[in-house]
Design a protein. Structure first.
Length: 688
């Protein structure tokens, strides 16, 4: 196979690519290159989902790629862990030492080696190909990559059968849109454009969110419920649909499983009960039920904020059940969308080569509990102590919950840590080696999406800066140093792009235009055909019953409910700051200038009770730690709830911490996901 030609770097030209970041929109990019330097990154107008528009963050991608603080050579630690003291070394020295250290550990037990990665790039090649081959061949511990979406994903799988739903473009034809657990303006911009089109055509927009977000401000109505009470609201909506007979009995009879037991459960949730749990006016719940039950077509845009509490998966199950009650799936502009990623025919076995495990079954470490797991000693139940950690596409010291524990683990002098990075992040400060990785403008990759149904290809627009190498190349090089001779370790990045979908997607079309749409029905479940074992929308999940779990969606209270501790009377959620994407972009001064400073949004009543003025420096704390930031009395917080906007790098905060100093390692009801929005705190003024 001949390599695809790369444009002449000396001429001004544009290169088609894809946004790599963890966002439903997965935009098609056009990068303008002059004399080998990226001078502009813009949305590709030829891609309908992108429409030539990018968010403010990714519009700065050229600035990020050519940033003065970019790591461009391998670095070796010279000072204490966390000091950030490093010296440049050659690739030869770095790879040789890393391979020798890993081989020494693997000779005793390869499970003592732990990969840690997530969605710093969503690319299938730079995120989950050669790296997985390397760790499978090594026999290292596996990683449960749970930190974002597993609870919601499990909720969908046990209800609809997979991460599937409406096609996003048809929200434009809906007459009622519920935006549930999503600040679309900040985290799903291209959906918001579609919702605005529907609004101009007469649709009613309702936002359901504990925070009065930028999106909530621009909807017709906002239901500002307590964190973690979404399932109670969904069950109350079902109650009203039943009582007023706003049901599609034919659809329920033909295309659902478990309607009678769900009906019995929903009838236990009158609006009065849900209003007390959710902290909402009862009339607001009744009005929403009426609108949802009598408006055709009605659509729900659900997002992952819903599932970051103890009962997050059950909340998604309950919400995802609603369209089947009203028959909303009959319309292409009706139904629900949380994720479309299950529609993509990715050949992960070809990319990741689990056959390289050769019959071994390594343990699996949950990335949410890395703080505790790094501090565990060897035991029969846990296995060997973690002796080596290879981190890529993630910044766990900043983004993992209960970060005081995470820091303690990373600070172990006996832990050998390698970090693949663009910048010296909080996590990189604790590395023994930092290896310079390419950005999206410098490597091949291929992408799926979870907010639309187009495959995207990313071509390298410029040569790797300095000595940077792609993630896949770094693991390819490590495999060679470790003596792995299997032919799969010689596959190029472009070859991996071709393997990701095999013949299921036209790669020539990807090369030609940069994207290729999947063939997905406009109204996928108009006649049932759900990808569940029964082929029906499963209100009752036999798979859950077989595990001894509740087979029906229900309300699961928070781990840290109102009665957990009188010392911590405030619930805290930690939604993303608008100008950052998790911890990415925090080091771009232009975006940090827009964002301002670390903020805690607090209701005026809660602030007054504590003698806190707008803009004052405050201490937010619980048993896990404390965090200093500035109070914002901007009308976005409801009484009893504070919003700690994240995720700032710890070293850019007031006291070297960020909001995850307060969050816990407790897990969700299904999917073993994180509970970032299930957190109790206290707040007090802090002298400047």
């Amino acid at each position: 196979m001949l390599p695809t030609p790369v444009p002449d770097a000396s001429a001004t030209h544009q290169v088609r690519g894809a946004c790599p970041h963890d966002c439903p929109d997965t935009c098609a990019l056009l990068t303008t290159v002059e004399n080998g330097r990226a001078v502009r990154v813009q949305g590709n107008p030829a891609h309908a989902q992108t429409g030539g528009v990018l968010c403010a963050k990714v519009s700065k991608y050229a600035e990020r790629t050519h940033h003065a603080e970019r790591i461009l050579t391998p670095l070796k630690r010279t000072g204490p862990k966390g000091s950030g003291q490093f010296t440049p070394v050659s690739w030869d020295e770095a790879l040789g030492d890393i391979a020798a250290r890993l081989a020494h550990i693997a000779a005793r037990d390869p499970q003592a080696i732990q990969p840690y990665s997530y969605a710093g790039t969503m690319g299938l090649v730079q995120g989950e190909s050669m790296d997985r081959r390397f760790f499978h061949r090594l026999g290292a511990s596996l990683l449960a990559r749970t930190i974002c979406a597993t609870a919601g994903g499990e909720g969908l799988v046990h209800t609809l059968g997979a991460k599937v739903g409406m096609k996003v473009e048809f929200f434009a034809e809906a007459q009622l849109i519920l935006i549930w657990g999503s600040n679309s303006i900040g985290s799903n911009l291209h959906f918001w454009r579609i919702a605005q089109q529907a609004k101009r055509d007469g649709a009613r927009l309702v936002c359901i969110d504990p925070r009065k977000s930028e999106t909530a401000e621009k909807c017709h109505e906002h239901l500002q419920l307590r964190p973690g009470t979404d399932a109670a609201l969904a069950l109350a909506l079902m109650h009203e649909l039943i009582v007023h007979d706003w049901l599609d009995h034919d659809y329920l009879a033909r295309h659902t499983l478990g309607w009678e037991p769900l009906r019995e459960r929903a009838l236990q949730w009158p609006p009065e009960r849900a209003a007390e749990v959710c902290g909402l006016p009862v009339e607001q719940i009744r009005r929403l039920a009426h609108d949802y039950g009598t408006t055709r077509p009605a659509a729900i845009r659900l997002n992952y904020g819903v599932q970051r509490t103890h009962g997050g998966a059950n909340a998604v199950r309950a919400i995802a059940s609603l369209p089947a009650l009203t028959g909303a799936w009959r319309h292409r502009a009706g139904g629900v969308l949380l994720s479309s990623s299950g529609s993509f025919p990715v050949d992960r076995a070809a990319l990741q080569r689990p056959d390289l495990l050769a019959g071994r079954s390594p343990r699996t470490i949950n990335m949410v509990t890395i703080g505790d797991d790094l501090l565990r000693d060897a035991s029969p139940s846990f296995g060997p102590k973690i002796e080596a950690l290879v981190v890529y596409n993630s910044n766990p010291v900043a983004v993992a919950p209960d970060s005081r524990q995470v820091v303690r683990g990373f600070a172990r002098e006996d832990l050998f840590t390698v970090v693949l990075e663009h910048f010296q992040t909080d996590t990189a400060d604790y590395a023994d080696y930092i290896l310079p990785a390419t950005t999206q403008l410098e490597h091949w990759d291929v992408h799926l999406a979870y907010g639309h149904t187009d495959v995207l290809l990313n071509r390298p627009a410029i040569a790797p800066q300095g000595q940077a190498r792609s993630n896949a190349q770094i693991f390819r090089d490590l495999a060679a140093r470790m003596g792995f001779t299997e032919p799969c370790f010689a596959d190029s990045d472009e070859a991996l792009c071709r393997q990701a979908y095999g013949d299921r997607v036209d790669f020539d079309l990807l090369l030609e235009q940069g994207f290729a749409p999947l063939s997905v029905p406009d109204a996928p479940f108009a006649d049932g055909g759900f990808p569940t074992p029964s082929g029906q929308c499963e209100f009752y999940s036999q798979r859950l019953a077989d595990q001894g779990l509740d087979p029906l969606p229900g309300y699961v209270p928070n781990h840290e409910g109102a009665g957990t501790s009188a010392d911590y009377p405030l619930a805290m959620i930690s939604p993303p700051a608008r100008n950052f994407l998790n911890s990415t972009f925090v080091n771009l001064q232009s975006l940090r200038d827009i964002e301002g400073r670390p903020l805690l949004e607090i209701h005026p009543e809660d602030a007054a009770a504590r003698g806190i003025a707008d803009g004052a420096l405050v201490r937010v704390f619980n048993d896990r730690g404390s965090y200093a930031c500035h109070a914002a009395l901007n009308g976005r917080a409801r009484p009893g709830v504070v919003n700690g906007l994240g995720v700032w790098w710890r070293k850019l905060g007031h006291n070297g911490t960020n909001v995850n100093e307060l969050t816990s390692q407790a897990l969700t009801d299904l999917g073993a996901g994180p509970t970032f929005y299930d957190c109790r705190v206290q707040v007090e003024p802090l002298a400047s």
